[in-house]
Design a protein around this ligand. Structure first.
Ligand code: C2O
Ligand code: CU
Length: 543
């Protein structure tokens, strides 16, 4: 049994990493934060108490929250932040999700240290579609900065350039043996020879897509983003910030050795500065004294190995068996084509830290999203005028060669605005993301709140609206909440807008999110009461 009600106290806590101590924001003093447990279909209450010194919001990443945008969490989208000294009781309504998700802060870049796992078990009458593992272990990948995260955010947005690279990657809060002053605390996974373990892998890093692998051991992918997948066995995985992977690991190698599990950055955009350091944890067999030779490192793909990245992502399929049927919309009522760009704004006297003294920006269809000062949900629900517009533009595909370097000037300087996209209740949406190459080519892990979506197709280069849809997978496409749009490529997703509310969509690299690579959807109410937004809780934080 587990509690259906949790208390989350947000507070400053000193943590020592990489030879020095700093105060970080935590939940209940823990880093990573506490794990939430539920069964499919449960509702959980979390009392959030802000004892920290900054505004905060919490988000339950990947939980659809049917009709309940009030507890979703993105600041100034569905709520005003919880101020220091204030409380907010959030209700997490699980519906179709089953597997691994996570929760994190959704205010500035606080999620760097304010995050934890969510484990959603099958409901009482069902079980895993694979043999019951001997044990289950959350593996949370993260990033550590020597700087204060609040400072890093403020400084980066002020100077207009790229944020500093993190000082280390982390496995379950620990940098691992290869970083200074970190060895004694390296995370250790002790296993019994011959047993199979379920690793619940989460990428909670702020700014980097990661490759992850275990020396000498293969893993079998059985789920992703709280949806089961057709099992497939692999030497490595690619995991962008926001995503989760459920991996089966069988302890079947020589028990007299230590093995590293390791993660490091994958960068789609070639030629930009990046952190090539590696975080490690140790896999050790119980009751064996390993030889004194150092642990074996796994072979991770190179930082610019786009093939390795897209090959892994493209291998995910829905389980699609009789207990887990797929329900891909086949008749589409709403076609959306959204370009994703990193671009720039001019800066007075060219004094900013972006290319040629500019200020870096990011945009969707050339709109660099500006968050308002009261939240969009509140403005929508109570008909407050002047907070947002409803004219988010749609681009026709094939206007340009989006992956060329010489895109028209107007695409290089986006417009700042708070336009939202309104969807009819039950609209069947196909959304094609097109990566562009305006200032830099990056892979963008796009995340949608309020829904899981089917990834029906992807490719490199420009999307071709006549040819590419013929290659769509409508049989067993993976059901995801975060999907990487490959560098200079496209990805097509489908979902049914059957969840009324205000739902954020954004790149899960925090710098791109803060620079404006965001879209806010409003899904209108349906006719019946059960197709309408629930009433707001009485304790919504005021602005
Ligand atoms: Cu995991 Cu809008 O976030
Ligand atoms: Cu991005």
């Amino acid at each position: 049994a587990w509690p259906a009600r949790y208390t989350f106290v947000v507070e400053e806590t000193p943590y020592k990493r990489l030879c020095s101590t700093k105060k970080i924001l935590t939940v209940n003093g823990q880093f990573p934060g506490p794990t939430l447990y539920a069964r499919k279909g449960d509702t959980i209450i979390v009392d959030v108490i802000n004892k920290g010194n900054r505004n905060i919001t919490l988000h339950w990443h990947g939980v659809a929250q049917p009709r309940n945008p009030w507890s979703d969490g993105p600041e100034y989208i569905t709520q005003c932040p919880i101020q220091p000294g204030a409380n907010f009781t959030q209700k997490i309504i699980f519906s179709t999700e089953e597997g691994t998700l996570w929760w994190h802060a959704h205010s500035e870049w606080d999620r760097a240290t304010v995050h934890g796992a969510m484990i959603i078990y099958p409901n009482k009458d069902t079980h895993y579609p694979f043999p019951k593992p001997h044990a289950e272990i959350p593996i949370i990948l993260g990033e550590w900065w020597k700087e204060d995260i609040g400072e890093l955010y403020t400084q980066t947005l002020k100077n207009g350039g790229d944020p500093n690279n993190s000082s280390a990657f982390l496995v379950n809060g620990q940098p691992g043996d290869l970083y200074p002053c970190s060895k004694p605390e390296t995370f250790k996974l002790l296993v019994d020879y011959g047993k199979t373990y379920l690793l619940r892998l989460i990428n909670a890093a702020e700014q980097e897509i990661l490759f992850f692998s275990i020396a000498n051991h293969k893993v079998t992918v059985v789920g992703s983003d709280a949806s089961y997948t057709k099992p497939f066995t692999t030497d490595y995985v690619t995991i962008p910030p926001g995503q989760t992977l459920d991996l089966l690991l069988t302890a079947n190698q020589s028990p007299s050795k230590y093995y590293y599990m390791a993660a490091r950055a994958y960068l789609g955009g070639v030629g930009i500065a990046y952190d090539n350091t590696t975080t490690t944890a140790i896999l050790q067999y119980k009751n064996h004294v390993p030889s004194s030779t150092p642990p074996l490192l796994p072979a991770l793909p190179a930082y610019n190995d786009t093939n390795a990245s897209v090959h892994f992502t493209g291998s995910l399929r829905s389980l699609a068996d009789k207990n887990h049927p797929v329900d891909v919309p086949l008749k589409i009522t709403t076609h959306l084509f959204y370009t994703l760009s990193v671009n720039t704004f001019p800066c007075p006297k060219n004094s900013c830290a972006g290319p040629n003294g500019s200020r870096l920006a990011a945009s969707v269809n050339n709109i660099s999203f500006m968050t308002p000062t009261i939240d969009i949900l509140q403005a929508y629900y109570y008909h407050v005028n002047g907070v947002f517009g409803t004219r988010f533009p749609n681009f026709p595909p094939l206007l340009f060669n989006f992956t060329a370097q010489d895109l028209p000037l107007y695409l290089q300087t986006p417009k700042r605005s708070t336009e939202v996209k309104v969807l009819e209740y039950n609209a069947t949406v196909e959304l094609v993301f097109q990566g562009t190459n305006v200032v830099s080519g990056d892979d963008h892990p796009m995340h949608l709140h309020g829904f899981s979506f089917y990834v029906v197709g992807w490719g490199l280069g420009n999307f071709d609206k006549d040819k590419d849809p013929l290659t769509y997978n409508l049989v067993d496409p993976p059901l995801k909440n975060t999907i990487t749009v490959p560098v200079n490529g496209w990805t097509a997703i489908r979902f049914k807008a059957d969840n009324p509310g205000v739902w954020f969509m954004h790149c899960h690299l925090d710098r791109h999110m803060s620079w404006g690579m965001d879209v806010t959807f409003i899904v209108k109410n349906g006719k019946e009461t059960q197709a309408q937004i629930l009433p707001p809780p009485p304790d919504m934080p005021p602005c």
